[in-house]
Design a binder for this molecule. Structure first.
Ligand code: GTP
Ligand code: MG
Length: 407
């Protein structure tokens, strides 16, 4: 019996095929790039940063523990966290390195002090926005160094889980204002906190009201339709958009159910299992953050939110010429770069060279906007300054308005 032909790329030391010109020159081995990328990524590992934000007492700290004690990293949960969780009074980051099948992930969850319990809650979002922008600033400072690190430590917030109180009514003005601001500088994933306090019908109704409210106020939470890459993306994300905000329950204690240890909340009526999809939507939140959208969250953080911050900062250090419009800080009715739907250059891991990436972004916007093009000064990461015909900068809400031609 003849041997099966070997599949996959030939080993590097294999002799070149000698079966004729077509075979000799036909196989380039491009598919092996995927293996190379996989091996490289496995060696370097991932960094992923989540932040929890919301009013005091909604279960943010409990959720941090739930995340670390659930299947994401049951092994690595820290023993010191068994005691009763005190009120959070300052920003606190917890990092665990999680390893699964040889892939390492450094997961950092930043817990924030609750807000909304003051008489005057004006500007209570400031410390949160400041923290997020500080991380962009840190990254930018590393990036523009002449001798920069090969791998810049990434502390940027990739996803911000916003806790909505389970009132069962509508979003409060404070929630709307907070999300409106956060959404401009990071990926916001809203959740209904303490969902065990609502009946199933109340949960469904509340969810619909929140979706309506967000739409009515032009708040585009993650995953945003404008960033869907293709029909497949849209199909998957549409399903998620229907379910957002997830109704979650947090717990940091384990209980015995049918001989198994489960993470849950013990009540007089039974145990609410946080990892049971029939009880709450915590598993959906965890899957979105880690299993299905981790890379997308990182890509959008780098290519949209950080890029916006970078443009603003570099523009700031390179004052506009007379008559040119000044760019304001991100999150403050910030004029944004316009990227037409579905044309966002991806995958960004291939665009590590930001100049290249930025060039692509410009070519997309330049091509698309034609007459609406404006002159801008750009300062490259390595300090070179260049005046180019760049994209038209749109002012105001929503952050990424859809293309006028598509309306
Ligand atoms: N019913 C219910 N209670 C919860 C849930 N999650 C947390 N709790 C309880 O709510 C209380 C407050 O929880 P924390 O996690 O400290 O809330 P927090 O949002 O971190 O509060 P601050 O630190 O003050 O901002 C605790 O008694 C928790 O046990 C939940 O999903 N359902
Ligand atoms: Mg707390």
């Amino acid at each position: 019996m003849e041997d099966e032909p070997a599949r996959g790329p030939p080993p590097l030391n294999a002799p070149a095929p000698v079966t004729g010109d077509r075979e000799l020159f036909g196989y380039v081995g491009i598919e092996a790039v995927l293996d190379q990328m996989r091996i490289k990524t496995m060696k370097t590992g991932f960094e992923f940063n989540i932040m929890v934000v919301g009013q005091s007492g909604l279960g943010k700290s409990t959720m941090v523990n739930t995340l670390f004690k659930s299947k994401v990293s049951r092994k690595s949960s820290c023993p010191g966290y068994e005691e009763r969780i005190p009120k959070t009074v300052q920003l606190l980051s917890v990092t665990h390195v999680i390893e699964e099948k040889g892939v390492k992930m450094k997961l950092t969850v930043t817990d924030t002090p609750g807000f909304g319990d003051q008489i005057n809650n004006q500007n209570c979002w400031e410390p949160i926005l400041e923290y997020i922008n500080d991380q962009y600033e840190r990254y930018l400072r590393e990036e523009i160094l002449i001798n920069r690190k090969r791998k810049i430590p990434d502390t940027r917030v990739h996803a911000c889980v916003y806790f909505v109180p389970p009132t069962g009514h509508w979003l409060r003005p404070l929630d709307l204002e907070f999300m409106r601001r956060l959404n401009k500088i990071t990926n916001v994933v809203p959740v209904i906190a303490k969902a065990d306090t609502l009946t199933l019908e109340e949960r469904a109704e509340f969810k619909q009201r929140i979706q309506k409210d967000l739409k009515a106020h032009g708040i585009h939470v993650y995953p945003q339709e404008d960033f869907d890459n293709d029909a497949d993306d849209r199909l998957l994300n549409d399903k998620i958009r229907e379910k957002i905000p997830f109704a979650v329950v947090g717990a940091d204690k384990e209980h015995q159910v049918n001989g198994k240890k489960v993470l849950g909340r013990k009540t007089k009526w039974g145990i609410i299992e946080v990892e049971n999809p029939a009880h709450c939507e915590f598993p959906l939140l965890r899957d979105l953050l880690i299993r299905s959208h981790l890379q997308d969250l990182k890509d959008i953080t780098h290519n949209v939110h950080y890029e916006q911050y970078r443009v603003y900062r570099l523009h700031e250090s390179n004052p506009p010429a007379k008559g040119e419009k000044k760019i304001g800080p991100p999150g403050d009715r910030f004029p944004v770069l316009f990227v037409p739907r579905g044309q966002f250059p991806r995958p960004p891991t291939l665009f590590q060279d930001l100049d290249h990436f930025f060039g692509l972004l410009l070519s997309v916007t330049r091509k698309d906007l034609g007459a609406g093009v404006d002159r801008r000064s750009l300062l490259h990461g390595d300090g070179r300054s260049q005046t180019v015909n760049t994209s038209r900068l749109l002012t105001g809400d929503p952050l990424f308005a859809s293309h006028p031609a598509e309306e």
